[in-house]
Design a protein around this ligand. Structure first.
Ligand code: ADP
Ligand code: ADP
Length: 226
């Protein structure tokens, strides 16, 4: 649970490309915000700046009242899920989920509890001893989600997490992610180029184009305007 403020954020990559222009957004506790827009409009760049994976060229990123621009990604209480699940192929499902906690030197018993709880939430208990190559695409995506939620981070970022899944699974996972958000209650930002996905999932939709915010509102305000 967290509030975020993005204040006048600009991003210019070292090659001179400006990907984000004067981005201003307030995000309330527990919101499910969707960044939507065509490929190249700056969605991922914005998400990566929030995660600390890209420097912010100018502007301020405030989380719960604290300026985060210069805080190391590992010290931000943020979990992120990528489109490519980025699982460790040589580690079991359990170890994929436990790894981030082990890095933080958490006691074994506590790790067991947290991994067990996340695995239960995502229906992964029967698969804890499998390797990623022994799982279907949907199961791999669950493990990626599990690795993210296991830490109980206060901000949850997802970058096109469903786009590698087939259409049917993608639609059922939308519903599951909505339920997961309700259960966890963490402030969520979700990136997609798919308008239907945005409309069905978000409580607040941020429509982006050419590095700028075009529109912000509820799904109804954004998509049902006369
Ligand atoms: P989206 O997520 O909406 O597809 P991105 O944030 O990935 O958009 O990209 C926004 C713009 O920034 C695009 O023009 C893209 O080519 C450019 N861009 C993305 N990453 C880099 C990078 N590492 N170096 C230079 N330009 C980049
Ligand atoms: P999907 O049809 O969802 O893509 P798969 O056909 O890949 O799934 O797998 C179907 C079931 O078989 C899943 O429960 C998956 O975990 C299991 N499975 C797939 N490959 C292996 C494997 N190499 N070893 C054990 N179980 C596997």
């Amino acid at each position: 649970m967290a509030t975020l403020d993005l204040i006048n954020i600009n991003k210019i990559y070292p090659n001179g490309v400006q990907a984000v222009f004067d981005f201003n957004l307030h995000i309330e506790d527990e919101e499910f915000v969707v960044f939507v827009g065509p490929s190249g409009c700056g969605k991922s760049t914005t998400l990566r700046m929030i995660a600390g994976l890209e420097d912010i060229t100018s502007g301020d990123l405030i989380i719960d009242g604290e300026r985060m621009n210069d805080v190391n990604p590992r010290d931000r209480d943020i979990a992120m899920v990528f489109q490519s699940y980025a699982l460790y192929p040589h580690m079991t499902v359990y170890n994929n989920m436990a790894f981030g906690l082990q890095l933080r030197h958490m006691p074994r018993k506590e790790i067991d509890q947290l991994v067990g709880k996340a695995a239960e939430t995502l229906g992964l208990v029967p698969f804890l001893n499998r390797y990623p190559r022994q799982l279907s695409g949907g199961q791999c995506q669950r493990v990626a989600l599990g690795r993210a939620i296991v830490r109980n981070a206060k901000v949850f970022l997802m970058d096109e997490p469903l786009s590698n899944l087939d259409a049917k699974l993608r639609i059922s996972m939308r519903g599951e992610l909505i339920k997961l958000h309700k259960r966890l209650g963490c402030t969520t930002i979700y990136v997609t180029h798919d308008q239907t996905e945005a409309m069905t999932m978000g409580t607040k939709i941020v429509v982006m184009k050419d590095g700028r915010i075009q529109q912000v509102g509820t799904p109804r305000e954004v998509y049902e305007k006369p």
